[in-house]
Design a protein around this ligand. Structure first.
Ligand SMILES: [Zn+2]
Length: 287
């Protein structure tokens, strides 16, 4: 089926639907493998009695894929809804952090700032958005965690948050389901640091596009990964360099963003990396 949603192991590009993809072997990082699938690294020894398998350390294998048409670099495994819930429910909670510290010693100690303070660059985001629209009053933060990073927070008549986690929201924010959000009108929808995590970015964007009106603006922020930046002209090299996969399962080139938006009935009004915090993308309905 020529539908990126249908694939458990991606066979076409999840941004632009091209079938022209290439692969290279990689490993799924043990934290992800255990949290999502319950798979742990294992030492294969002679005791296993396997005739054709060599002894040694075994990790969960996967493939790094690259799209010849748009330059997207992505993990071949596409997690389903229950697996996404296993990975992100209780995100950076005690259980999450304990498992992560087991495989990545020092993770919690090095990341305490992330839990409370929120992003430091939100005022720059607000300035960027206000270059294109006047200050919004009705905002939906899609994948917005507690709402702590929602641009214009504290100045809004409507501050809605849609998120897979069930954390307590910041003052002034209201949690909404996707169905509830679809029944509302928003000046601005924000999608910050979501698309690099989701298995089917088209599905996420089509859902958002369906609830946008002509005047609604969508602000997307996602990483401009170092691997993409240094291999802009040679995605083949990036494929060979990308030997492990963690929470970010999609690495976007600028072209991948443009084509992804197009497949979802959205038009990029502006794509910028100037601010120094990844891609800032402003889009509206239309081609
Ligand atoms: Zn593509």
């Amino acid at each position: 089926m020529n539908d990126a949603y249908a694939h458990r192991i991606a066979k076409i590009c999840v941004a632009c639907n091209s079938a022209s993809i290439r692969k290279n072997p990689a490993v799924l990082m043990p934290f992800i493998a255990e949290r999502v699938f319950g798979w742990t690294p294992v030492e294969i020894t002679q005791d296993w009695g396997l005739r054709d398998i060599k002894a040694g350390q075994a990790y969960s294998v996967c493939n790094t894929l690259t799209c010849d048409d748009c330059g997207l670099i992505f993990l071949d495994i596409r997690f389903d809804d229950t697996e996404m819930a296993a990975l992100y429910c209780g995100y950076r909670g005690d259980e999450y952090n304990a498992l992560r510290d087991k495989y990545e010693p020092g993770y919690t100690a090095n990341n305490t700032w992330r839990r409370e303070a929120g992003f430091a660059h939100i005022s720059a985001v607000e300035t960027y958005i206000k270059r294109h629209i006047s200050a919004p009053t009705r905002v939906l933060d899609w994948g917005g965690d507690t709402g702590i990073n929602t641009p214009f927070k504290g100045q809004l008549a409507t501050h809605h948050v849609f998120d897979i986690s069930s954390k307590l929201l910041v003052d002034g924010a209201t949690r909404v389901s996707a169905d509830e959000a679809a029944g509302n009108e928003y000046d601005l929808v924000t999608l910050m640091h979501v698309l690099e995590h989701v298995p089917y970015p088209q599905r996420t964007l089509k859902e958002i596009a369906a609830m946008m009106g002509k005047a609604t603006v969508l602000y997307i922020e996602l990483p401009y990964e170092e691997l993409v930046r240094i291999n802009e002209e040679s995605p083949g090299l990036a494929r060979q360099q990308k030997r492990h996969w963690h929470e970010h399962i999609n690495f976007f080139s600028r072209e991948a963003i443009v084509r992804l938006l197009k497949t979802c009935g959205l038009r990029a009004v502006d794509i910028s990396t100037e601010q120094g915090f990844g891609y800032s993308v402003l889009c509206r309905l239309g081609h």
